[in-house]
Structures are given as structure tokens and as C-alpha cells.
Design a protein around this ligand. Structure first.
Ligand SMILES: NC(=O)c1ccc[n+]([C@@H]2O[C@H](COP(=O)([O-])OP(=O)(O)OC[C@H]3O[C@@H](n4cnc5c(N)ncnc54)[C@H](O)[C@@H]3O)[C@@H](O)[C@H]2O)c1
Length: 381
């Protein structure tokens, strides 16, 4: 698919962060122009500085909470890939107002700028946290529960806004519900570091990671390259293919008008396509890895570089309030409609990630606190 896409100009918000910077690498590699809008609040210049000499790359340091900044960044862009947000469930519990302001007000600004620019497609990061207290497994896009954190509320509101904008203004909006993404450039530092980079850092420093609970809880850990592929497909799969495959997935044309309507707002053909699109896809591996399996795989991978790591045992801590025991996605919708095919299983991804961390961790700035791991979590992200 990628070879047939004419070069485009893509705005990637949050491009200095973990997922966004991997997207930038890929889209530049494909020959596209990329504009990165990021305020560097949780991202880093060292994630993108290797592109500074590339004439196809532009970095705008700015805040998505400023509408004019969003409009300036989106000028001349064909597509938007919106990743900027304040991640982390514990952060949102500690400071719900700030999470709300970035994740909802900021999101709305980017969406408004995308609407005004008549962007071809608006792809945005949403989250498995939207499944909230639903116990159903695997998670299917239509069946969500009640949110368990302010972060989850913001990510669900994003979906509602995108849906309303698609229908009200004739846009193409595709939300990708990521499930616990990991890999190259995920930040191991700071009090809100995610479980995998945190444990890797502990192991490399010959310290014992803390497992909350007995280690039987599981998540659908998703390697970054799978997420990059999903974004590419979400941006560039032609709308007619999405429309046709959607019917195949739902096996009915009856609800067509609920989600996929002919635009009343007159797309100009050059910009938004002929059809409105408002879709949500789970983006995951479609598997489950327990915390104990995660620990074993990380330890075995890192022990190849440092045999002393092989004898490290985990410590066990209390379960966290609000943690659900298991999360696993159905990825059938993304497979059927987008042709998404995760190329890396959890073990292969973890092995690659461990190798990357081992090679680069010593070069990253360290800001970790000694008690960092006690505040870590296995929250749905
Ligand atoms: N990593 C995961 O497992 C996961 C899971 C589900 C959803 N997500 C979502 O994916 C997206 C990317 O997550 P990530 O893991 O790469 O996080 P990240 O923190 O590494 O990246 C987020 C980026 O957004 C930037 N940003 C934050 N506030 C901003 C603002 N006001 N203006 C401009 N830029 C701002 C940060 O500086 C950072 O570079 C987020 O929307 C997140 O909610 C991530």
C-alpha cells in the first residue's frame, strides 16, 4: 500500500514523544513531508533531532492548547496524525485539570484546525482505557464500560468529538485505541514511566522490579512497529475500501448511515474524500501476556547482554486500586477494514525493545527517583 501513496504533508502532534517520533521516522522514510508540533512537556528533542537537517521535516515547538499554533502547524498539511496528550492514569488522578486541558481542549483545537484546513483524514490516538470497568474479553470496539480515571474520560471524549465533527463537518476521522504500547524511545524516566521501560531500567541497574499482585494479571502488550503500521493504514487506506470492508465486517449495510454518510458539506474531492468516515479501531496484538511472563522475557533478553541479570528476582507489591485483571483486544475490525497485520508478537517485540534499551539507556538523561517503581502501574493506557 505504502508505495502507491503520493507524497503528502503530514502533521504529527506529539511527534517528540515515544509513539509520535517512531511515526515521524516511518513517514519520512516513505518520502512524505512531516511537521511535528510538540511542546516537549513529556517528549524530547533527542527523539527527533536526527531529522533536523532533512528539508522534508519541520519542528514547531508549541502547545496544542493554543488554536493559532495549531492552525499554523496545519497549514499546507494534507493529513493529521494526532498523538499529543498527557498520558498516564496516575498523572490524571493527581492532576485531572491539566490532563483535561491538554487532552480535551488541545484535542478540540487540533480538530478545529483540521476541519478548517479541510484535511483529508484525521487519525488520532485513543486508548484501551476507554473499556474502563467492562469485564468482557476480548475487547470489542462497540462494547465499552465506564471510565476508571480522568485520563480515560478524556480519551473517550476525544472519540465523541471526532465522531461529531465527522458527521457535522464532513470529515474523515479514525481513532486508534492503543493497548499498552512499548518499544524504542518509550521513556524510562519520570514518576509516570510505563511498566516495561521501568522494569528494563531496573534490571539493567541490577535492581528488582516490583510486580503489583501475584503476576497473573495480563495485558495485550503491543510493539511499537505494529502501532506504526496501524497509523499508516489508518491514514492511507482509501475511503471506498474502508466503506466496502466495513460492510463485510458488520455483515450488513443496515447501519451504514449511522457511521458512514454521504457528506452534506461538500467535500471538494481534493481534500476530504467523498465519504465521511468515523471509525474506532483496537490496535493491539490480540494476545495476552501476564506480568510474570513479561518479567521472564525481559530478564532473559537482557541477560544475553549481562549475565548478572539472569538471577534477579522480582519483588511483589500490593494490587493497585482500580486495576482490572486482564485486558485483551479483538483486532478483527482493524484486520478486516484496514488490513492491519501485527508483524511482531509480544516476545519478539520485547526482545527488540530490551536490546534497544540496553544499547541506548546509558545515553538517555536520567531523572528517575529511587522509589519510582512503587508508583508504577499496569493501567490500561
Ligand atoms: N504508550 C501507550 O501505551 C499508549 C496507550 C494508549 C494511548 N496512548 C496515546 O498515544 C499518544 C502518544 O503517547 P506516547 O506514549 O507516545 O506518549 P509521550 O508522552 O511519549 O508523547 C506525547 C507527546 O505529546 C507532547 N505533548 C503533551 N502535551 C502537549 C501539548 N499541550 N502541546 C503539544 N505537545 C504536547 C509531549 O511533549 C510528548 O512528546 C497519546 O495520545 C497517548 O494518550 C499511548
Amino acid at each position: 500500500m505504502s508505495q502507491t501513496i503520493p507524497p503528502a504533508r503530514i502533521l504529527i502532534t506529539g511527534g517528540a514523544g515515544f509513539i509520535g517520533s517512531n511515526l515521524i521516522d516511518r513517514f519520512l522514510e516513505l518520502g512524505h513531508e512531516v511537521v511535528c508540533l510538540d511542546d516537549l512537556s513529556t517528549g524530547y528533542e533527542h527523539n527527533i533531532s536526527h531529522h533536523y537537517e532533512d528539508p522534508k521535516f519541520e519542528f514547531i515547538k508549541g502547545d496544542i492548547r493554543d488554536l493559532e499554533t495549531c492552525k499554523r502547524a496545519i497549514e499546507d498539511c494534507d493529513y493529521v496524525c494526532h498523538q499529543a496528550a498527557l498520558g498516564s492514569v496516575p498523572r490524571s488522578i493527581a492532576d485531572p485539570a491539566n490532563t483535561n486541558s491538554v487532552n480535551i481542549d488541545g484535542f478540540l483545537n487540533v480538530l478545529i484546525a483540521a476541519r478548517d484546513r479541510k484535511i483529508k483524514r484525521f487519525v488520532y490516538a485513543c486508548s484501551s482505557s476507554t473499556y474502563g470497568d467492562s469485564k468482557k474479553l476480548p475487547k470489542v470496539e462497540e462494547e465499552i464500560g465506564r471510565p476508571l480515571s480522568p485520563y480515560a474520560v478524556t480519551k473517550y471524549v476525544n472519540e465523541l468529538y471526532a465522531d461529531v465533527f465527522a458527521k457535522s463537518y464532513g470529515m474523515q476521522c479514525v481513532g486508534l485505541r492503543y493497548f499498552n504500547v512499548f518499544g524504542k524511545r518509550q521513556d524510562p524516566n519520570g514518576v509516570y514511566a510505563a511498566v516495561i521501560p521501568l522494569w528494563v531500567k531496573k534490571l539493567i541497574n541490577h535492581a528488582s522490579p516490583v510486580i503489583n499482585g501475584d503476576g497473573s494479571h495480563s495485558r495485550d502488550f503491543t510493539y511499537i512497529e505494529n502501532v506504526v503500521q496501524a497509523n499508516e493504514k489508518a491514514l492511507f487506506t482509501p475511503s471506498k475500501e474502508i466503506s466496502e470492508r466495513r460492510k463485510e465486517y458488520y455483515n450488513t449495510g443496515l447501519d451504514k448511515h449511522k457511521y458512514l454518510m454521504q457528506s452534506e458539506h461538500g467535500s471538494d474531492g481534493d481534500k476530504a474524500g467523498d465519504e465521511i468516515i468515523s471509525e474506532i479501531f483496537n490496535i493491539a496484538l490480540g494476545g495476552n501476556t501476564t506480568l510474570l511472563q513479561l518479567f521472564d522475557t525481559l530478564r532473559d533478553s537482557l541477560a544475553q547482554f549481562d549475565p548478572a541479570i539472569a538471577v534477579i528476582q522480582p519483588r511483589f507489591g500490593p494490587l493497585r486500586v482500580g486495576d482490572i485483571p486482564h485486558s485483551q483486544a479483538s483486532i478483527l475490525k482493524a484486520e478486516t477494514i484496514l488490513g492491519y497485520r501485527p508483524g511482531y508478537d509480544a516476545k519478539e517485540g520485547l526482545t527488540r525493545a530490551a536490546k534497544w534499551y540496553h544499547q541506548s539507556l546509558s545515553e538517555l538523561p536520567s531523572q528517575a527517583s529511587p522509589e519510582l517503581e512503587m508508583s508504577k502501574n499496569l493501567q490500561l493506557k
